[in-house]
Design a protein around this ligand. Structure first.
Ligand SMILES: [Zn+2]
Length: 252
């Protein structure tokens, strides 16, 4: 009986220690993650052609203005960002190094999840948002060895972060601009919106998919012909899908 009581007391003490330890780890991780996320958000917003100010980050990361103000002060103090007189935020060399490292790891994790584990393309971005912070240099090297470099992620995006003008230079256009009576192949999709990705997946609009663009309708929708079915797609979604038009001689 005595030993059982002792055991219970020990268990409880152990649990308390574990609890405390875990809480500390969690809060430490959280601070680091949010700093990294700010830096990555700045790089990402830049690549979407946005001028980055505090409000951009509040919207991008879905956090309050006071939280962003505090983060900006810290990042500036740590020499990771510069803030111009008009409030424009840019990454310093050190800040960009951290953002680039995260973007690389994000890309590799997404590819690992789809190419090695067969995870659905519309799920892997969210998963990578978590895991990218935990990748060591060693693990990253193994991922590169296994997966190689230079390939697009499951959303068709390159690791270097293409800006809209870079995509246009490669001959891509947003699906929203595709004229009726043509055919298009999806090259890449804006990946930071899980609901959009799931929606597009149910329609069959995913990287590599080829379909007819039947009509640009008066109500700002497009009618697509996917696997023999007429599929309507709204403009907001169509603006986030980049396509390559088929040769006009191969019109549908
Ligand atoms: Zn991706």
């Amino acid at each position: 009986m005595g030993s059982l009581n002792q055991f219970i007391i020990l268990e409880r003490a152990d649990e308390e220690i574990r609890h405390k330890y875990h809480a500390t780890i969690l809060s430490n991780v959280k601070i680091t993650i949010s700093k990294e996320n700010y830096l990555k958000a700045i790089a990402e917003a830049e690549s979407e052609g946005e001028t980055v100010i505090a409000a951009t980050l509040a919207r991008w990361l879905n956090v309050s203005a006071p939280a962003v103000a505090m983060a900006i002060r810290r990042l500036k103090r740590d020499g990771l960002i510069q803030v111009a007189a008009q409030g424009e935020i840019t990454l310093t060399r050190a800040g960009r190094d951290i953002a680039t490292r995260l973007l690389n790891r994000h890309h590799l994790i997404e590819r690992m999840l789809t190419e090695i584990f067969g995870m659905e393309w519309y799920k892997v971005h969210d998963e990578a948002e978590q895991l990218e912070h935990a990748v060591s240099e060693d693990f990253e090297r193994h991922l590169v060895e296994r997966l190689g470099t230079g390939q697009a992620c499951p959303h068709g995006n390159l690791v270097g972060l293409d800006r809209p003008e870079d995509r246009r230079q490669k001959g891509l256009i947003p699906l929203a601009e595709a004229p009726g009576g043509t055919s298009a192949t999806v090259v890449s999709v804006f990946e930071r919106d899980r609901q959009l990705l799931e929606y597009l997946d149910t329609l069959g609009v995913r990287p590599g998919a080829r379909f007819g663009v039947m009509n640009q309708n008066y109500d700002q929708t497009l009618t697509l012909k996917i696997n023999g079915r007429d599929v309507p797609l709204g403009r907001t979604a169509a603006e986030k899908v980049w396509v390559r038009m088929a040769d006009p001689s191969a019109r549908m």
